[in-house]
Design a protein around this ligand. Structure first.
Ligand code: MLT
Length: 263
């Protein structure tokens, strides 16, 4: 589908006319990370996944990337698919997009699922690390970047139990162009904090995080939980940053329970 002059790749499954859940993937992955969640919800709901511009099978376009631009794409996709309201579920960068979308378009969202994400902006050290990553991608290529990223993404046990999942994630990273990696790293480093917005969120919120998430750790999830009134917090065992892939049984059980409490 053409959205904001770009080909945006998406899936639209489940029950037409039912309540809608939209999944937003993290960086630098693609919509296929949500396959197991789609499977678990499509019997009762309409379930949407899409590739953020530049990722997966979506065009990148020429503009500099920013979280605001990604929010705009999300809203345009919802408009094009005639979705007036939905539950948003975002993982990591997907969560940054979800929090910003809720701030600007609160009337479009009935509930939020914030997974392995945070409201903090990058610290000066984190920004520095992103610039170093850009240098390294340009100098040493995407394969090396993928190898380094994989080390931090998963819980220690997942390297033995989730071999296929890890191989798929490595493939997703390697297939992302150097240009998209660098443009997205810049967008992530420039993103603003959203912590001051948390007390304004009036819809139901479920926060989930892998117990061994090193990138957006449980302490960041707890901070959001303490600042979003009435929010639920679930720490997922045997999971790092990609809790939906590493422990889909626990993740999906919580997801389904939460969604059925809203719709
Ligand atoms: C992600 O998974 O989307 C990224 O780790 C987010 C980040 O680096 O801040």
């Amino acid at each position: 589908m053409i959205i904001n002059n770009l080909l945006i790749s998406y899936t639209d499954e489940g029950q037409a006319g039912s309540s809608v859940i939209i999944f937003i993937h993290g960086f630098p992955f693609n919509k296929s990370v949500w396959n197991l969640q789609v499977e678990s919800l499509r019997d009762k709901y309409r379930v949407i996944t899409y590739d953020i511009r530049g990722h997966g099978n979506s065009d990148a376009g020429e503009e500099d990337f920013s979280i605001d631009l990604f929010v705009n794409d999300l809203i345009s996709l919802m408009d094009a698919l005639k979705i007036s309201k939905a539950i948003l579920c975002g993982l990591s960068m997907g969560g940054y997009i979800a929090l910003n979308a809720t701030k600007k378009y609160s009337e479009r969202f009935d509930a939020l699922i914030l997974s392995d994400t945070q409201c903090f902006a990058d610290t000066p050290e984190a920004k520095e690390k992103r610039l170093k990553a850009i240098e390294s991608i340009r100098k040493d290529g995407v394969e090396k970047y993928a190898e380094e990223s994989i080390k931090n993404l998963f819980a220690s046990g997942s390297f033995e139990t989730k071999v296929n999942e890890i191989r798929n994630v490595r493939e997703m990273i390697v297939k992302t162009t150097e240009q998209t990696l660098c443009r997205t790293l810049l967008a992530l480093s420039a993103r603003k904090e959203t912590c001051h917005l948390l007390s304004d969120i009036k819809v139901p919120v479920l926060i989930m995080v892998g117990k061994e998430d090193k990138i957006t750790p449980p302490v960041a999830a707890r901070f959001m939980h303490e600042n979003i009134k009435g929010s639920l917090l679930k720490i997922i065992d045997h999971a790092g940053h990609l809790s939906n892939l590493e422990n889909p049984v626990e993740f999906n059980a919580r997801l389904k329970k939460f969604v059925s409490s809203v719709y």
